[in-house]
Design a protein around this ligand. Structure first.
Ligand SMILES: *Cc1c(COP(=O)(O)O)cnc(C)c1O
Length: 403
């Protein structure tokens, strides 16, 4: 491969750009993970990460991808043959369904069209019909990365309460945490699943479970086999800042820096920045005359926009042209959306001019790849980036995800 000068544009919806401050924080000598220095680092981190999840309860950190934390959530709280209620919002939700089935759980799936989010009324209906309380957990993806759809966790919690159903609520926050507001305790979530490589701006390699009291209680009697993912084995040594096996030491240095950066900016400012970048992106999409995969404006994702290409055109060919010509990576269409959508990740360490460059690459790419579109998307986005916030505040539909 010949050298490609300048920065690669990494605009997939995770892994995201790792800021220099975090790269420098990681670039340190590895220390003894059983020594006092490590214990201090981890004790601090295990406290600080709770603020990101907005919980007072424990958060455990696994050396794994987000998929591992999905597994940990299920195997710590459930038993073979238990039923879990899941909702088809897109490919990540379906991968979690697949995992639950492989683990010997029964999945009650609410099917959907991959264009709208979780309908809390449907959850309520299923729970009310479940007189024997066979359903032990409701699992939802807060922000579906395959489709760019954010569902309301608060609405699902309320639906569960209305149905007076005791199932646990498990929420995948992998592509929302630290970029879209998430409130673990306030929303009564029992287990949250997080990953390092999206809003947290870290390289891939660590994952999280935020654990509520009811989930911890359930873990005492749950009997799916578990070993590596066992919360108890993790929580005991965590009390003094240690781990049952070798943690991802250097990524934890990075996490420490990431949390500092998030609080220097202020979480509310981080969320507002993501909404601002997402709105500018959508204005470009609209001006191009292209269609957003998400059809409900109240559920537009602040971290990722999935854009449909017109019938007869291949989104992957467009992505190839853009990569070859402009050194930019965009997200591919996953599973049944293959070739039909491309996804712009606008999350993590990302700002106005990075987005302007991204959208310029897309607009030039659309022309080069022969996809029918109207020019003017970049102009619409720039106009919004320069002047838009005040107008937006007045006109914006109330986002359900923030309720
Ligand atoms: C990225 C992602 C995952 C998968 O995480 P891995 O780290 O690839 O295992 C799961 N759910 C959502 C919503 C994601 O965005």
């Amino acid at each position: 491969m010949t050298r490609r000068p300048g920065r690669h544009f990494l605009n997939i919806p995770g892994p995201t750009n790792v800021p220099d401050r975090i790269l420098r924080a990681i670039d340190r000598a590895v220390i003894d993970h059983r020594g006092a220095e490590f214990g201090q680092l981890a004790l601090g981190l295990l406290g600080e990460i709770k603020k990101v999840f907005k919980t007072k309860g424990p958060v455990v950190i696994f050396p794994s991808s987000g998929t591992g934390a999905w597994e940990a959530a299920l195997v710590n709280t459930l038993s073979p043959g238990d039923t879990v209620l899941m909702y088809e919002v897109g490919q990540f939700a379906m991968l979690w369904v697949d995992m639950a089935e492989k683990l010997g759980l029964k999945v009650d799936l609410i099917a959907s069209d991959w264009r709208t989010g979780v309908n809390a009324d449907k959850i309520e209906e299923r729970l009310r019909a479940d007189k024997t309380h066979a359903i032990k957990a409701v699992c939802m993806v807060h922000n579906e990365t395959a489709t760019g759809i954010t569902s309301s966790v608060a609405a699902v919690r309320k639906a569960m309460d209305r149905a007076r159903h005791p199932a646990l609520l498990m929420v995948d926050t992998i592509s929302s945490l630290a970029s879209i507001d998430y409130r673990h305790d306030e929303w009564g979530v029992d287990v949250a699943i997080g990953g390092s490589q999206k809003g947290l701006m870290l390289p891939p390699g660590i994952s999280f479970n935020a654990i509520g009291e009811r989930a911890l209680e359930a873990s005492k009697t749950a009997c799916l086999p578990r070993a590596y993912w066992d919360w108890q084995a993790m929580l005991e040594p965590n009390k003094s800042g240690f781990f049952p096996y070798t943690p991802a030491t250097n990524l934890l240095y990075g996490l420490d820096e990431a949390i500092k950066m998030l609080f220097e900016e202020g979480l509310d400012n981080v969320f507002a920045r993501h909404e601002h970048l997402a709105e500018a992106t959508r204005r470009a999409v609209q001006a191009w005359g292209l269609e957003n995969q998400c059809v409900n404006p109240a559920e537009y994702s602040a971290t990722i926009t999935a854009i449909r290409v017109p019938e007869g055109h291949d989104a992957d060919e467009l992505r190839r042209v853009i990569f070859d010509k402009f050194d930019m990576s965009l997200g591919t269409g996953l599973s049944k959306l293959k070739g039909k959508v491309f996804r712009i990740g606008h999350l993590g360490d990302f700002n106005d001019l990075m987005l302007a460059g991204t959208l310029s690459g897309v607009e030039m790419g659309l022309a080069l790849a022969g996809v029918p579109f109207q020019r003017g998307g970049v102009d619409a986005a720039l106009d919004y980036l320069a002047n838009g916030d005040a107008a937006l505040a007045a006109a914006r539909p109330k986002r359900v995800a923030r309720a």
